[in-house]
Design a protein around this ligand. Structure first.
Ligand code: FAD
Length: 432
């Protein structure tokens, strides 16, 4: 293990996890974060008695290690929920996943979806070079593709699934069996499926309790340090506040698309690789409401083009402590990108109008608090350039002693659990 200190850029969960695990091994680390607070996307805001996260952030676990880690960090401030998720389709709410709840759809639509599914090839394994659209058609059938999978994914990713590859799937999209789909086409109450069938959430204080718990165990975190330039030859970082810092070992969790503006002297082919990265952005509106009628679900998917949001969630159902007594709160998420922009001045009004259209808000509800977050870099898009561009960029950075970590540093579709695990991978590593 290196005996020189490791410099970590960014104090989101990835940077915090890298520091936490390195420090446990006796490796000295310093984290530099541009914001005044740690946590990155895993933060919460308290406004007039309401607690809002930076968009819905729920904990799903596939690994015992992360479950035990989070449990010990949150010291019992941690509750399990069985998912109550829905899809708005054909002017009604049907349970999620769509595929195993067809009985709730109009009869002709359910028949089309079931017939398509039975005719489809159920082998979910991805074929070499297969497009996401082809995978959807092949595994779900034309009906489920037409009524849910294609419109939802086009709206969410902001590009056609035809232009995407499948390398990100990794269990994020449920793959029901024939028996499960048949069952759900004939009777209500289909089995909960998928990686998010249950989730965990702090009982008090919002999701940022996790980041704060990690922060309290890490020694050297410097907030208010925005990286302005990285000089590869001199191995030196310059911050916006004028401070300069030499490094031997560097881990960056800064979103890759920012790096061309930071790293000096990038060769042409690496710049080209950066220019091919694509991502979507998410505008998130949080509303604190006087609403008397509480919606009991955790979140709802909206595939319709005519409705501005792709998902709406309800903080008061993650923890009653997130809202004042007798009040509720809603978040809505709108996906956009450079090619499909949203009008930031009008989008909040449009969200409220559409919430009324689908019955989640009414004229009697008073909006007590409005808050928004504009997440510029939300989901890396896996198009046909993704693999080669990412590999060229990460290869170049690592040759110049910059290791990367996190959803945006490593440029992968990662959950909070995934970035916690990736941060752990630096333990025992020989730094070059
Ligand atoms: C809309 C949305 C919903 C999500 N929902 C879930 C969910 O329900 N469950 C789940 O498990 N995961 C969810 N995720 C994923 C989860 O947010 C991420 O996997 C995780 O928080 C990423 O952590 P990170 O440290 O890699 O990145 P970030 O949290 O983005 O941290 C990067 C840090 O780097 C800092 N930084 C950036 N530029 C500079 C600079 N120039 N100088 C210094 N510091 C800088 C930033 O301020 C930030 O603190 C969601 C993501 C999105 C976008």
């Amino acid at each position: 293990m290196a005996n020189q200190e490791v410099i970590i850029l960014g104090a989101g969960l990835a940077g915090l996890s890298a520091a936490y695990h390195l420090q446990k091994e006796g490796v000295a680390c310093q984290i530099f974060e541009k914001e005044a607070e740690v946590g990155g996307l895993c933060r919460s805001k308290k406004l007039d008695g309401f607690t809002f996260d930076y968009d819905g952030h729920l904990l799903h676990f596939r690994h015992q290690y992360t479950f035990d880690l989070v449990k010990s960090l949150l010291k019992g401030n941690f509750i399990k929920h069985n998912r109550s998720a829905w899809v708005y389709s054909h002017e009604r709410f049907i349970p999620y996943p769509f595929q195993t709840n067809l009985v709730n759809l109009p009869v002709d639509v359910a028949q089309e979806c079931l017939a398509g599914f039975l005719a489809a090839n159920k082998n979910g394994r991805v074929k070499a070079n297969e497009s996401f659209l082809h995978w959807i058609d092949r595994t779900s059938g034309k009906g489920i593709a037409r009524h849910f999978m294609v419109p939802y994914n086009t709206k969410f990713w902001t590009i056609s699934p035809r232009r995407m590859v499948c390398d990100w799937l990794d269990g994020f999209v449920p793959q029901p069996t024939v028996a499960q789909v048949m069952d759900g086409a004939t009777k209500e109450g289909g089995q909960p499926l998928g990686y998010n069938a249950c989730f965990w959430y702090p009982e008090k204080g919002g999701i940022e309790q996790l980041s704060l718990a990690m922060k309290s165990r890490i020694e050297h975190i410097h907030t208010g340090f925005e990286v302005k330039t990285i000089d590869l030859k001199a191995r030196q970082i310059e911050f916006a506040n004028g401070v300069k810092k030499k490094y031997h070992h560097l881990i960056s969790t800064i979103p890759l698309p920012q790096l061309p503006g930071i790293v000096k002297g990038l060769p042409k082919d690496v710049r080209e690789a950066f220019s091919k990265l694509r991502w979507n952005s998410v505008y998130n509106l949080n509303l604190g409401l006087s609403q008397k009628k509480r919606c009991e679900s955790h979140w709802i998917y909206f595939p319709q083009k005519e409705l501005v949001f792709f998902r709406v969630g309800f903080f008061h159902n993650f923890s009653s402590g997130l809202v004042p007594e007798g009040k509720t709160s809603i978040y809505a998420e709108v996906a956009y990108c450079k090619q499909k922009p949203v009008d930031k001045k009008k989008v909040a009004g449009r969200i409220e109008k559409d919430l009324k259209k689908v019955g989640l808000l009414s004229d009697e509800d008073e909006v007590l608090v409005r808050d928004s977050n504009d997440i510029q870099c939300a989901y890396p898009i896996y198009d046909r350039n993704y693999k080669a561009s990412r590999s060229r960029i990460l290869g170049f950075l690592s040759k110049h002693h910059i290791l990367t970590c996190g959803r945006y540093g490593s440029w992968r579709y990662m959950s909070m659990e995934d970035v916690l695990l990736e941060g752990r991978e630096f333990s025992g590593k020989q730094f070059g």
